[in-house]
Every structure is written in C-alpha cells, then in structure tokens.
Design a protein around this ligand. Structure first.
Ligand code: SAH
Length: 236
C-alpha cells in the first residue's frame, strides 16, 4: 500500500515538474525580458538594436535540452566538448562595442552554440563564423539553418587564420581567448573597422581595437574576462 502511495506521489511530482517546465518553455519571451531588465540594462547596455536582438532570440534553443531551464540565467553554460555559451551580458557588451550600423560584414571566431552569430545576424548584413570543433560547427550550422538565419555562413576550421578569401571585414569578434591578438585577424580587418577580442591566458582582458589605417591601431582595455582558450589549429 505504502509503495503504491509513494509511486503515486512520485508520479504526480514528475508530472507537475513537466507541466511547470513546459510552461517555462513557452514563456521564454518573458525570461528574455527579465534577462534584459535585470542583467543588461543595469550594467550599461543601451544600444536599442542589441537589446531588441537579445529579446527576440530564443537562447534556450542554443543550449543542451537538459539545461534549457537555465538558459536565461546570469552565467555562461556548458555546450559540450568542454566549451561554453557566453553569459548574456558578455554577448550584449561585445555586440554593443562593435558599434554596428546595419550594413557590416562581420567575422566571428568561435561559433560554439551559434547564439552570438544569431544575435549578429539580426544586426548586420552578413556574418561569417568559424568553429574549430567539428561536431559543434556542424550542429551550429544545422541549428542556424533550421531557425532561418540566412545571412550566416558557418565555416569549420581554424580561426587563427581568419578567412582571407572573404576579407576584409568591417568588424571582427573573437569569443575564445588567444594569448595575443592574431596577426591574420588584424590584417583582415578593414581600415576604419573594429575588433573586439579577449586576450590573455590566466588573466584575460576584453580589448577593443580600432584600425585607423594599415599601420595604426588604437587599443582600448574594456574589462577583465574569462573565456575558453583559443586553441591552435595546427596544419590541415
Ligand atoms: N560564441 C559562442 C561561444 C563560444 S565558446 C556562442 O555564442 O555560443 C568559444 C568557441 O571557440 C568554442 O566553441 C571553441 O571550440 C572555439 N574555438 C577555440 N579555438 C578556436 C579556433 N582556433 N578557431 C575557431 N574556433 C575556436
């Protein structure tokens, strides 16, 4: 008898949990709104186009199914292969620092889940994004495709090399940290262009680089950050 009762109680609890989860899942727009209001605006995200993109992007679809309920929280999350999707604030900050007008060709290094690329896709003309971990690369490509982001090209390969065949880029955003700014990426940035990149090993800082002309760069330190390392690609 007690066994049956216990079984019923557990059954009801699991059922209720599922209903709650479903409800939460349908309610992602409200979660995105809370994320913007509590994590982004109070910390100085003011670019209305960035805010709109963050409100309109279903972040829970970019994380593994079993942690979807954590997708809008104030933290990075694991996406497999030892990699992470960045904290919402960091995505918003880096995007805002790019000072996008809408007509740019952007290069992203470190596609990961594809979330940052999806945000950019709504704000610029075209996005090229490179991911070195093949399964992540292919998953992000399928995901962005199925969600209808038509102006994103996902390339599987080594970000240290950039994409010389599509260069120069108006903006470059790097979402894994190299020990130093890769020379190839500086070269592939258009004069007048902006790069946002975390640099360092144990201690990293987010840096914004303005390329004035082919030999003049202005570096600006933004904040200390913690990104996964940008791994060397080796020979292909
Ligand atoms: N922008 C991602 C988060 C990226 S995490 C998002 O929105 O989800 C950093 C990613 O950079 C990881 O997926 C990692 O595999 C990738 N990465 C690391 N070194 C790289 C390299 N040399 N070239 C391309 N991608 C690299």
């Amino acid at each position: 008898m007690r066994g049956i009762l216990l079984g019923m109680v557990v059954g009801i609890m699991v059922g209720a949990g599922f209903v709650l989860w479903q409800d939460k899942n349908n309610n992602w727009k409200q979660e995105a709104k809370n994320m913007v209001n509590t994590q982004l605006i109070p910390r100085g995200i003011t670019d209305s186009a960035v805010i709109k993109a963050m409100l309109n992007t279903p972040r829970h679809l970019f994380v593994p199914q079993n942690i979807r309920h954590l997708a809008y929280g104030d933290h990075p999350l694991p996406i497999g292969y030892g990699q992470t999707i960045s904290q919402p604030y960091i995505v918003a900050l880096m995007t805002q620092l790019l000072e996008l007008q809408g007509n740019e060709k952007v290069l992203e290094i470190g596609t990961g889940s594809g979330y940052q690329a999806a945000i950019l896709a709504q704000l610029v003309d075209s996005v090229y994004t490179i991911e070195i971990v093949k399964p992540l690369c292919e998953q992000a490509r399928r995901r962005l495709d199925s969600m209808g982001y038509k102006n994103v090209i996902v390339v599987c390969g080594d970000g240290y090399k950039g994409l010389p065949q599509y260069a120069p880029f108006d903006r470059i955003i790097v979402t894994a940290a190299p020990p130093n700014v890769p020379e190839a990426l500086l070269e592939q940035l258009k004069p007048g262009g902006i790069m946002v990149i975390p640099v360092g090993t144990t201690f990293q800082k987010l840096v914004r680089i303005l390329k004035k002309d082919d030999s003049t760069y202005v570096y600006e330190d933004i904040i200390p950050v913690r990104f996964v390392p940008m791994v060397p690609g080796g020979e292909e």
